[in-house]
Write a new protein. Structure first.
Length: 431
């Protein structure tokens, strides 16, 4: 543990150095970490109840934005059904914290201090959690050890495990022991349970993945957007039926798109008549947006520009969404979805698209995502390995309405079959 703590301390110094050198994300993280303890002191000032007993405080940690979305259904259920409970939400990544730092359902939203013994003690002393919940990943050894030492019930939700992880390697003893600090690990699938059982970890329960509940909540509350409606020539789908109001063009949407993804679909989208495209890039710096506009050779327009001049929506083939927070609802307008990341570091959230009853195309780097494998097996998900693969599959989808609608229904049915994880976990923890 000494070497582990030294490594964490060294990492922290590296963040400070990078921040001083002007690295944007490191600067955000460094500044945010300095605010964590003062923010907790300010926002949790009412430390007890009227009889001075500790107030119930649930600490929920999400590494980044994706993990937050997995934890969000549980947070909002907790807020709704136990309104007197204080909720502290922590992030490790700026891409999570900076987007959700004003999230109203939590009493405090902070960066998680680096996992050194001193930081751990100070953080837990400030929060005084009555239970701790980690979402999917994040196994910080000092935090887990101190939570166990203090007797604080600790849980993992939507956990998923693979044979390649450290827990299952001969040299992974420290991490195997850390799993025993959890009161219960709520897992996504039976395969994870069997893996853990093989290393003697039996404090598990297969509850499913809360992301399915989250995307269904979004689908039920999705709002119409005037710009998207004008661009598409129709309103959004209502519910997971796969049925769309007829329009002049079919709508292709690419969510969380990276340059590696665009190299597969951009040429097809430019060249295919009767199809309009909505693209939500994973990142949208000015340089990135300029390259995307260049890629579509005058046929692309930014959503921000089209809101200022709506007539642009009538004269362009590709709409580029240069803002956060719209993608999950924008899928309601689509006939076909492509979800990015599968030709790079890893696939993004395909459930957000599938819940609307549309076929979902994605790249081959999806082994860590059980939903991609399962959706492919049911027929609603289409894995492509190259530009030629994409062109063949996408062209078939637009040419054959019955085929496209059938795959869409399979996508929606798959999502429906996986609902209920939030209720199972909430009932187990708080009933």
């Amino acid at each position: 543990m000494i070497l582990y703590s030294l490594g964490i301390w060294t990492y922290r110094q590296g963040v400070r150095a990078a921040a001083l050198a002007g690295h944007h994300k490191a600067s955000l993280l460094d500044a945010g970490l300095r605010r964590t303890l003062p923010a907790l002191k300010e926002r949790l000032a009412d430390a007890g109840t009227q009889d001075n007993s500790p107030k119930e405080t649930v600490w929920i940690h999400a590494a980044s934005l994706g993990e937050f979305e997995q934890g969000r259904p549980l947070i909002e259920r907790l807020r709704r059904e136990r309104p007197g409970t204080r909720i502290v939400l922590s992030f490790f990544s700026p891409s999570g914290y900076e987007v959700r730092k004003n999230y109203s359902e939590a009493d405090a939203v902070v960066y998680l201090p680096f996992d050194t013994p001193r930081n751990v003690r100070r953080f837990l002393d400030a929060v005084r959690p009555t239970c701790a919940i980690f979402v999917k990943y994040e196994f910080w050894l000092n935090y887990l050890s101190e939570l166990k030492r203090r007797g604080i019930p600790t849980y993992l939700i939507s956990g998923i495990f693979r044979p390649s992880q450290l827990f299952f390697r001969p040299y992974g003893g420290f991490y195997r022991n850390a799993l025993k600090a959890f009161t219960t690990l709520y897992l996504q699938d039976e395969g994870s349970r069997r893996l853990l059982e093989g290393i003697g970890v039996t404090n598990t329960e297969v509850a499913g993945d809360t992301r399915f509940d989250r995307v269904t909540d979004i689908m039920k509350t999705a709002r119409e957007d005037d710009a998207l409606t004008r661009f598409c020539g129709r309103g959004p789908a209502r519910g997971a039926t796969g049925e769309r109001t007829p329009g002049t063009d079919l709508i292709f949407i690419a969510g969380s798109s990276w340059p590696e993804d665009e190299s597969n679909y951009a040429g097809w989208l430019r060249d295919t008549p009767g199809v309009k495209g909505i693209i939500a890039p994973h990142e949208f710096s000015p340089e990135r947006l300029a390259k995307m506009l260049e890629l579509f050779e005058g046929e692309g327009v930014l959503l921000s520009g089209a809101r200022k001049d709506p007539s642009l929506l009538d004269t362009h083939k590709v709409l580029i969404m240069d803002c956060f927070g719209m993608l999950a609802s924008a899928y309601a307008y689509a006939d076909i979805a492509y979800v990015g990341g599968g030709f790079g570091a890893g696939l993004h959230n395909i459930n957000e698209a599938a819940v609307y009853g549309i076929p979902v195309i994605y790249g081959p780097n999806n082994a860590k995502f059980i939903e991609a494998q399962e959706m492919k097996a049911t027929g609603g998900g289409i894995e492509v390995h190259s530009r030629e693969d994409f062109r063949r599959e996408a062209s078939r989808l637009i040419a054959d309405d019955a085929y496209r609608l059938d795959l869409g229904r399979r996508s929606a049915a798959y999502i429906t079959s996986r609902l209920g994880a939030t209720s199972r976990i909430f009932d187990s923890l708080f009933r």
